[in-house]
Design a protein around this ligand. Structure first.
Ligand code: ADP
Ligand code: MG
Length: 262
């Protein structure tokens, strides 16, 4: 067989094996192998590395899409000095993602604006970048999705979906009441993930007042029990980060700035 038809066959093999990136890189890699006088082993390694790179990028993009994280913030963007009630060491420990190994939950409790969502999203990105399946939702969205699923006879599919991710982030528990079906949905999600997969949950409600948003205080108690059994809890207090920035700007304008002080 001559060189040209071997080349055609090789292209055919790459197409059959769906190694599109390697196929595309083939002419350039062959040329550089000739010029650099590479061994067969070295050439093959370089060609396959191109494909591996493409596969990893695709996988990473698909994990990022699936995660639905609402902002780009990473844990490194969090200003710990501005929020002394957040234990920096503990966040750094969580960033190692060991907590995912034993399905530990992370609860972020505190008033609006103190960085609960930012920390949850930062943990989410850390897990995505380490190759874990992550999914972000708000409690309201979870309730709405489960409601639609119930109407369409897809309840168990929805439950399987929320069991799937290695880390499930449930943001903003407590802003809306979780009565009836909505409470049942969150309860079932928590129950089926219990000791199997981590939940990172944020809430503006002190843990003792959880009974209020659920119709049934027993459901609230059972859910808390499961969430807390193996968990890390952050009680974040202090002022809203946004309000701080606001106030700093306002103070500057109102005469504490360089040209106004008198
Ligand atoms: P919460 O979810 O507790 O209501 P967010 O996480 O949405 O608060 O934070 C409100 C805003 O303030 C966001 O834009 C967030 O990026 C910013 N923010 C809050 N805390 C910090 C912090 N410690 N360092 C940097 N940005 C912060
Ligand atoms: Mg929030």
């Amino acid at each position: 067989m001559n060189e040209a038809s071997v080349y055609q066959q090789l292209r055919g093999h790459l197409a059959t094996l769906r190694l599109a990136a390697a196929a595309e890189a083939l002419p350039a890699e062959l040329e550089s192998a000739r010029q650099e006088d590479l061994s067969h082993t070295a050439f093959l390694e370089k060609l396959l590395a191109v494909e591996v790179e493409a596969v990893l990028t695709r996988r990473q993009n698909s994990l990022a899409r699936f995660a639905c994280l609402p902002s780009p913030w990473r844990l490194d963007d969090f200003d710990f000095d501005a929020q002394p009630s957040v234990d920096r060491k503990l966040v750094q420990e969580l960033a190692t993602l060991r907590f995912l190994e034993d399905a530990t939950n992370v609860l972020l409790v505190g008033p609006p604006g103190v960085g609960k969502t930012m920390l949850a999203v930062g943990l989410g990105w850390a897990a995505v970048e380490a190759g874990y399946r992550v999914h972000y939702t708000t409690a309201a969205e979870l309730a709405a999705k489960c409601h639609r699923a119930a109407l369409e006879g897809r309840w168990s599919t929805a439950m399987r979906f929320y069991a799937g991710a290695r880390l499930l982030i449930v943001d903003e528990v407590g802003y809306l009441p979780l009565a009836g079906e909505a409470g049942a949905a969150l309860f079932q999600v928590v129950t089926q993930r219990y000791l199997k997969g981590s939940i990172c949950l944020t809430t503006n409600l002190g843990i003792s007042s959880w009974g209020r948003i659920f119709e049934d205080p027993m459901v609230a108690a059972a859910m808390l029990d499961r969430l807390l059994h193996r968990s890390v809890v952050f009680n974040i207090d202090g002022e809203s980060y946004r309000m701080r920035a606001h106030r700093a700007r306002a103070e500057k304008m109102l005469g504490k700035g360089p040209n106004h002080g008198r």
